[in-house]
Design a protein around this ligand. Structure first.
Ligand SMILES: Nc1nc2c(ncn2[C@@H]2O[C@H](COP(=O)(O)OP(=O)(O)OP(=O)(O)O)[C@@H](O)[C@H]2O)c(=O)[nH]1
Ligand SMILES: [Mg+2]
Length: 202
């Protein structure tokens, strides 16, 4: 995985700098695949804080008709992946239930960007995350997790429905597939870099 081309003049030894830590958030509605996403890409055993769902979620949280979900993330997910020799990515998954929303400010502290996972069969669930990222001006990408075709919507239809800016990437992902999650994260890192460059030029 690499974001950079090596721009050193020929013959010059490579400077050994420690990799830059980059923190990102993996967010979205309840049961949309945040914990699965972090686990798919992490090169360390992901830390997760799964707990059995309690009666507090009955009638409040709906993970979709096909869901066998019995646990939920109550604090956060944490995973790490080396992007290349210059970047180490730390992924923080947010809890899905609204009642844990008070955690978000702490989780977002120091984050450079975020992924908003969207299930097209429960589109409205992503708005809390979208609104939050917009409000703190965090660059983000929208990743559409169709749960093997549970709902069929084109990426353009999702973009239209969630009404994000034209420069926000909207991409497809199967949260269980490491390569697809990796592609989403690289899209986010490119967006973070592009935003940072645009800021510096102002
Ligand atoms: N078919 C399919 N199932 C998925 C996919 N992503 C996640 N799942 C399943 O969906 C369920 C919920 O996934 P989680 O990763 O726990 O979702 P979450 O967003 O972390 O859930 P909360 O933390 O409770 O909000 C699990 O049973 C996963 O195995 C996917 O891309 N395709
Ligand atoms: Mg979770």
């Amino acid at each position: 995985m690499s974001l950079h081309s090596d721009a050193r003049p020929a013959g010059q030894p490579q400077a050994k700098r420690p990799p830059i830590p980059v923190k990102i958030l993996i967010s979205g509605g309840f049961g949309v695949g945040k914990t699965t996403t972090v686990g798919a890409l992490s090169e360390i055993s992901p830390l997760s804080t799964e707990a059995p769902m309690t009666s507090a979620s009955i009638g409040v949280d709906d993970a979709g008709v096909a869901s066998q979900k019995t646990t939920t993330t109550v604090a956060m997910d944490f995973g790490r992946v080396t992007i290349d020799e210059s970047i180490i990515l730390y992924m923080f998954g947010t809890p899905g239930q609204d009642r844990f929303g008070f955690m978000w400010n702490d989780l977002a502290d120091g984050a450079l960007g975020g992924v908003v996972l969207v299930d097209p069969s429960r589109l409205e669930d992503c708005f809390v995350a979208l609104d939050y990222f917009e409000s703190i001006k965090l660059p983000y990408v929208v990743a559409v997790n169709s749960f093997a075709g549970r709902a069929t919507m084109t990426l353009d239809q999702v973009r239209h429905a969630v009404n994000v800016d034209p420069d926000v990437p909207v991409v497809a992902v199967d949260a269980r597939d490491r390569e697809q999650v990796k592609a989403v994260v690289l899209t986010l890192l490119r967006r973070i870099l592009a935003r940072a460059k645009a800021r510096n030029q102002r």
